[in-house]
Design a protein around this ligand. Sequence first.
Ligand code: ADP
Length: 242
Amino acid sequence: MTDASLVVTDLRVEFSGFVAVGGVSFDAHPGEVRFLIGPNGAGKTTCIDAITGLTKGTGSARLGEKELLGRQVHKIVRLGVGRTFQTASVFDELTVLQNLDIAAGRHRPAISLLRARRGVDPAIERALEETGLAGELTTPAGILSHGQKQWLEIAMLLVQDAKVLLLDEPVAGMSQDERTATGELLQRIAAKRIVLVVEHDMDFMRRYATRVTVLHQGRVLSQGTVAEVQADPRVQEVYLGT
Ligand code: ADP
């Protein structure tokens, strides 16, 4: 739960002189499902990498009063900034509950799984309910559907009490039903947190975005509501093709 906003100002990232992100500014507030879109290579993932400390960036990325740039990855995580990757990074051989235990910093030996329900933390219980995984407690993560794996990753961030969730293409490869369930999940979790979604899927963006930032060649091309961005001729020209 957070009242703070994420405010990114003049973010720049260079790789050996190549400007991948060339002065990007945007903000995201609790209560909105904020989208970052743009063609391949626009700099979307690099923005998230810089905000989460995986890549060095200059400028500013503040969560409330706290500057994130320049901090180590684990310190940024501790401030409540969590992310998912395009390929879900869960432990396939462990159950849903074991994955969530690890996210919560607990270790549950396999022997206690039969009694799993009894020992579930309230935070894990809430995350399971929120992500619709309550019936999958003892399912090995490896046999979850593609969508369920993404939800498990989101549940792991919720268990860690993430205040900011940065989600890299969360609906890539999902069925239509899974996309709808994911969109509704994002709306639910965004009520009390900051949700920033990097996405290629235009239909998904149109349905669930509150505000959108369009990146092109490392810069902000357009920014606003879905309607504003779609009506922007520059966006139509380079990206939406409509
Ligand atoms: P997007 O997520 O919008 O598809 P990226 O942020 O992945 O774009 O990449 C932006 C640009 O930066 C691309 O031209 C990409 O090739 C380049 N880039 C990304 N990471 C690196 C890196 N580690 N080294 C060099 N260039 C990179």
